[in-house]
Design a protein around this ligand. Structure first.
Ligand SMILES: Cc1ncc(COP(=O)(O)O)c(C=O)c1O
Length: 351
């Protein structure tokens, strides 16, 4: 039985072209700024995102942490959505290492933040009892909100409130190119109102390692010191950057295939009794659905799926997440649906 791995787009392996580029990569010591492949990647990433400069980091988590370290002082407050990856899945780095307190506002179903909620959450400056709100974080696409996409207008409305209060805006754009492909707008349009953005090369873009943090020259100069401090000065990491350059040139447009597969998957799941989701709301490559308690807990359902050769993750006690990616074909989607139907105790439905 072939295993259909829908846990995450992070399971994607480098393409043959990436492996060749990695083998042939021109490298140097990046801590001296002398790795030509890294320098090219950083310039190219910044150009695609309409920012002045870029910085290669080891991971999305490192980029988000470095952004918090660069923008915040100890005792500051960061406002983010209550479903933010930075809040749920990054080991409280912003609090533990940047020393900032995190304040949550509700995320909408698509992963946005209501500007009025943000406005109400922002602290008045100069009050000795209160932490100043120095940073607001957004996420696009939104992982825990089923890959929901923020439009340039959604982002601008939030950024305007933050900036009016003197706070900076960091965008966790781990999957910003999925958002760009979904909305058919350049990624630079989606990030023009934020101060900085991090995106991951290692997810649906299929690179083995790496994220790039992009922002103003001044911000990136500050971020360089913090990246060094957290151990992210990676010397001849041009072998990684070479794969990143291939990704930016050749792997972005194909994300539309993953999105089509996710919609197909979502509509199939919605037809299975006991599973609930709004299939029409799926905008990118992440599908999250609830399992009715008559089918057991999400953990039990996940184990049953695993026995049938379908790997998934479970973001909550009732919910299951499936992510489409380059190694998932149309046929895999249909086969996964048949196996899910079997586990849910139904005959496979036709799709
Ligand atoms: C939205 C989002 N941000 C950040 C990250 C962290 O990326 P990494 O696993 O490279 O640390 C992830 C990883 O899944 C993510 O989904």
């Amino acid at each position: 039985m072939n295993v259909i791995d829908l846990r995450s787009d992070t399971v994607t392996k480098p393409t043959d072209e990436m492996r060749r580029a990695m083998y042939e990569a021109e490298v140097g010591d990046d801590v001296y700024g002398e790795d030509p492949s890294i320098n090219r990647l950083q310039e190219r990433a910044a150009e695609m995102l309409g920012k002045e400069a870029g910085l290669l980091t080891a991971s999305g988590t490192m980029s988000n942490l470095v952004a918090a370290l660069t923008h915040c002082q100890r005792g500051d407050e960061i406002v983010m959505g209550d479903q933010a990856h930075m809040f749920w899945n990054e080991s409280a780095g912003a609090s533990a290492l940047a020393g900032a307190q995190v304040r949550l506002v509700p995320n909408s179903d698509q992963g946005g933040i209501d500007p009025d909620d943000l406005s109400a959450a922002i602290r008045p400056r100069g009050n000795v009892h209160m932490p100043p709100t120095t940073l607001v974080c957004l996420e696009n696409t939104h992982n825990r909100c089923s890959g929901g996409v923020l439009t340039p207008e959604d982002t601008k409305r939030v950024a305007d409130v933050a900036h009016a209060a003197g706070a900076k805006v960091h965008l966790d754009g781990a999957r910003i190119f999925n958002a760009a492909v979904s909305l058919e707008v350049p990624a630079s349009e989606l990030v023009k109102d934020v101060d900085d953005v991090s995106f991951c090369l290692s997810k649906a873009l299929s690179c083995p390692v790496g994220s790039v943090l992009c922002g103003s020259k001044e911000f990136i100069e500050g971020a360089l010191k913090w990246r060094k401090m957290v151990g992210g000065g990676m010397r001849q990491a041009g072998v990684l950057a070479a794969a990143g350059l291939v990704a930016l040139d050749n792997m972005v447009e194909r994300l539309a295939d993953d999105h089509a597969n996710a919609r197909r998957l979502a509509h199939g799941l919605a037809n299975i009794n006991g599973l609930s989701l709004d299939a029409d709301s799926i905008q990118s490559n992440i599908v999250i659905f609830d399992v009715d308690e008559s089918l057991g807990t999400a953990a039990q359902f996940t184990s049953s799926l695993d026995r049938e050769g379908v790997k998934v993750s479970s973001p909550g006690p009732k919910s299951i997440r499936m992510v489409t990616h380059r190694h998932i074909s149309n046929e895999d989607v249909d086969e996964a649906l048949a196996r899910v139907s079997k586990v849910a105790g139904e005959l496979p439905s036709t799709h």
